[in-house]
Design a protein around this ligand. Structure first.
Ligand SMILES: [Zn+2]
Ligand SMILES: [Zn+2]
Length: 253
């Protein structure tokens, strides 16, 4: 298995990070992509990736932090992308649900990171919350980077899924698909081609079914892969293999 999106630099893991990574590896998680959400977080994430061979990094400016980023930030981020463990730009995108940065500032940060992904030949990790038409419009205007990318924690309808798939993106599913009341999302998952699926935890958030409400950790991606397999009527082994292959393709492992 692969956890393509977690936040290992979160305070939630400060006390027991080696145990968290070890438990994931023991459960069969081969690779983890930890996501830096601003410059400090990107630096912490790289420190973690240097410590654990299974950990790789996506770095960028999360929409929540867009208002704190200036020219210096983007210059330093660009420098950090040359680190051999950096495999993607993000998470970036728009979050018009929480709006912790003004929408126009989020948009500017998103456009800059699309350019950076193109320049560096890296895939993108996109966070899209209550902002699907805006995200699609910006991707239309800027063009999808050649290396493609993933929509993290995908939770839209089939029309949106189709729009991202048509633009070459992979869709990443989290523990949310194990929750009650998301039959529409499970229906979308049934239609997504196997070669475009990814699995993630978004740990420490969004713990899957049996762990819901507790701290999430990468080992729990197993519950999500199991749920994905049963929703799509595939064996666990098949889903495990498919999500690994796709992660290798997207992140160039
Ligand atoms: Zn996110
Ligand atoms: Zn995230």
């Amino acid at each position: 298995m692969v956890d393509v999106h977690c936040h290992l630099d979160s305070q939630a893991f400060a006390q027991d990070l080696p145990g968290v990574v070890r438990r994931a590896v023991q459960r069969g998680v081969k690779l983890l992509v930890t996501v830096g959400v601003n410059l400090e977080s990107a630096r912490r994430s790289l420190g973690i990736a240097e410590e654990f061979p299974e950990v790789y990094v996506a770095l960028g400016v999360h929409p929540h932090y867009a208002k704190e980023a200036d020219e210096e930030t983007y210059r330093h981020l660009e420098e950090l992308t040359h680190h051999p463990k950096v495999r993607a730009i993000g998470e970036t995108g728009l979050d018009l649900f929480r709006n912790l940065s003004p929408p126009e500032v989020q948009e500017e940060a998103f456009r800059r990171q699309i350019s950076l992904a193109k320049e560096r030949g890296l895939p993108m990790v996109i966070h899209c919350r209550e902002a699907s038409s805006e995200v699609l419009r910006i991707l239309e205007e800027e063009g999808t980077p050649e290396a493609g990318g993933m929509i993290h924690c995908f939770s839209g309808d089939w029309t949106l899924a189709r729009a991202f798939l048509d633009r070459g993106f992979h869709l990443s599913f989290s523990g949310v698909i194990t929750y009650p009341g998301v039959e529409e999302l499970r229906e979308v998952l049934r239609k997504v081609p196997l070669d475009r699926l990814l699995s993630e935890t978004d740990a420490p958030f969004l713990a899957p079914g049996p762990h819901r409400g507790k701290r999430n950790e990468p080992a729990f991606v197993e519950e999500t892969v199991k749920a994905m397999a049963s929703i799509k009527g595939e064996s666990f082994e098949e889903m495990e293999g498919v999500t690994e292959d796709n992660a290798f393709t997207v992140f160039g492992f």
